[in-house]
Design a protein around this ligand. Structure first.
Ligand SMILES: Cc1cc2nc3c(=O)[nH]c(=O)nc-3n(C[C@H](O)[C@H](O)[C@H](O)COP(=O)(O)O)c2cc1C
Length: 204
């Protein structure tokens, strides 16, 4: 599939401008804030996304990610929403689902798993790519209160909430206030490939 075969949310204008050809769902993924408040997301819609996360690689195949989720209308959705920063709540309340990405901190022998956050991120990246391919909008958030999320979701000891995620069918950006709507259409930027991927390291 080419980048043009997968239109993506917001169309080609939101596609990454890439220095090399990419898989369509990678080029089309971005982080919208406009979700359709009238089109619910179902557990069936989410299943392929969670399955994509499940099949991520991880250190020693420990699969430390734990993805606690709830659909809009469920009590746990309201509890997760209440943990988000005020700024994130202003748009995330229209999401069809909210998820808190957590990770198991220790290896089975009790030693810290220093790859735990890496592996959670990798599982969420796979989830995001699958979401994009399925036409589902997804926005990750660090702006939430991890201690509140622990209480809201009864997160067990040894598991740490790291990242919140809003998911839903794409909505009309007109639902957003002026400032957020401007961010919805702002150019997408990245550091240069040379800066993020120094060939041979930094030693010259
Ligand atoms: C770990 C993480 C935390 C983020 N936290 C927030 C957040 O709290 N609020 C928000 O609006 N966007 C948040 N974002 C979205 C980023 O701002 C966004 O991914 C970045 O600007 C790149 O844009 P793109 O995803 O559209 O390519 C977060 C993204 C990640 C991966």
């Amino acid at each position: 599939m080419t980048a043009h075969a997968l239109e993506g949310i917001g169309g080609a204008a939101r596609h990454a401008v890439t220095d090399a050809p990419l898989l369509a769902a990678i080029a089309a993924r971005w982080s919208p804030r406009a979700f359709d408040p009238d089109r619910p997301l179902t557990a069936s819609d989410l299943r392929p996304l969670l399955e994509a996360a499940r099949w991520a690689a991880s250190s020693n195949n420990l699969q430390p990610w734990r993805l606690a989720w709830a659909l809009r209308g469920e009590a746990a959705f309201g509890r997760i929403l209440g943990c988000l920063s005020e700024g994130n709540r202003t748009w995330a309340h229209r999401a069809g689902a909210l998820l808190i990405g957590c990770t198991v901190l220790a290896r089975p022998n009790g030693a810290p798993n220093r790859h735990a956050a890496h592996d959670l991120g990798q599982s969420l990246a796979q989830l995001a790519i699958q979401a994009t391919a399925d036409g589902i909008a997804l926005h990750m958030m660090g702006g939430f209160d991890a201690a509140a999320a622990r209480a809201a979701l009864a997160v067990p000891d040894g598991i740490e909430p790291y990242t919140a995620v809003a998911l839903g069918w794409p909505g009309d950006p007109a639902l957003l206030d002026d400032a957020l709507r401007a961010r919805e259409t702002a150019p997408r930027t990245r550091l240069s490939l040379d800066e993020v991927a120094p060939h041979g390291g930094w030693g010259g």
